[in-house]
Design a protein around this ligand. Structure first.
Ligand code: NAD
Ligand code: LAC
Length: 312
């Protein structure tokens, strides 16, 4: 069986790490795409990565390009096209620059690889994935946003370090928008089935929740740009679930059509990802407090989506 084809739209920090991880996992041949002004950069990054295959034994091919025709037939597209934030910026501050970029990507993807399963990463995430789906007109099963896996990974790390438990035993779930009012759902956060509320004092738990919500900004403040290792790995977990039909239950920005009481909105919720893409949206029970926090987060997302709609 021919190897799958994975198109990476954006050959920057996250794009390069995506290519590296996808190659090492041999999930498919990788096409690393960027704009013409960055084509040599994309080609150089692809060649550098391919030259590591003598060490890794990976046979998957990695090519760089700025020609959309090279993405034809992609099984998966992972979109990181757009600028990351700088210290002091919010993700929402990026909408003016990144909206036309995501629209350009959507128009080309619709023409050259309309059947791909698409994972959007570009920020402001929930609005960018919304606009991508709207512009392409793809079914909601085939367009998803990556944020919840990353935010849950951040929370998992903090819980593991606080309790001294192996991160293998931590199950965290962060829902809602990919913003500072995201919703760590404590009632579904456990360490090998033990609710974290039984293991960590309330005040400490609240500080870990706060650190998770501000996790992106913490790294932007330290590095001067957004995180890219954990975001890349988070998207690869989602792509792998699709490519290997793993039926993973993951938090992800999915298009809601009544679930959780929301319509025509992308929001981080638990989904099942398999060969059909977003195969199910799990409409789970939330406490009154969690429901209220999700509403606040959804309202923040809606504000940015309304800006997008006004510009569309
Ligand atoms: P980066 O600047 O390193 O890479 C972005 C790349 O996109 C650049 O190489 C740029 O040339 C390219 N690009 C610009 N316009 C393009 C177009 N029309 N078509 C194709 N490529 C284009 O940035 P990064 O650190 O890789 O971050 C990428 C995006 O991901 C940012 O918007 C960032 O905020 C976002 N991000 C999201 C999450 C999340 O959890 N969803 C996490 C981290 C970063
Ligand atoms: C950021 C990513 C995490 O902006 O969204 O840092």
């Amino acid at each position: 069986m021919a190897r799958k084809k994975i198109g990476l739209i954006g050959a920057g920090n996250i794009g390069g790490e995506l290519a590296n991880l996808l190659q090492s996992k041999q999930l498919g041949d990788v096409v690393l795409f960027d704009i013409p002004a960055k084509e040599s950069f994309a080609k150089g990054k692809a060649l550098d990565l391919e030259q590591s295959s003598a060490c890794s034994g990976a046979d998957a091919k990695i090519t760089g390009t700025s020609n959309w025709e090279d993405l034809a037939g992609s099984d998966v597209l992972i979109i990181t096209a757009g600028i990351p934030r700088k210290p002091g910026q919010s993700r929402d501050d990026l909408v003016g620059v990144n909206l036309p970029i995501i629209q350009n990507v959507a128009d080309n993807a619709k023409k050259h690889c309309p059947d791909a399963f698409v994972i959007v990463i570009s920020n402001p995430l929930d609005a960018m994935v919304y606009e991508y789906k709207r512009r392409v007109g793809a079914p909601r099963e085939k367009v998803v946003g990556m944020a919840g896996v990353l935010d849950s990974a951040r929370f998992s790390l903090f819980l593991a370090r606080e309790t001294g438990a192996s991160i293998k035993d931590v199950r965290a779930m962060v829902l809602g928008g990919h913003g500072d009012d995201m919703v760590p759902v404590l009632s579904y956060c456990t360490i090998n089935g033990i609710p974290v509320k039984q293991l960590i004092p309330a005040e400490k738990l609240a500080s870990l929740v706060d650190r998770t919500r501000k996790g992106g900004g913490e790294i932007v403040g330290l590095m001067g740009t957004s995180a890219y290792y954990a975001p890349a790995y988070s998207a690869v977990v989602m792509a792998e679930a699709y490519l290997l039909d793993q039926k993973r239950v993951l938090p992800a920005a999915a298009y809601l059509d009544g679930e959780y009481g929301y319509k025509d909105l992308y929001l981080g919720v638990p989904v099942v990802i398999g060969a059909g893409g977003v195969e199910k949206i799990l409409d789970v029970e939330l406490s009154a407090e969690e429901t209220a926090m999700l509403k606040t987060s959804a309202e923040s997302v809606q504000k940015v989506v309304d800006i997008v709609k006004a510009k569309a």
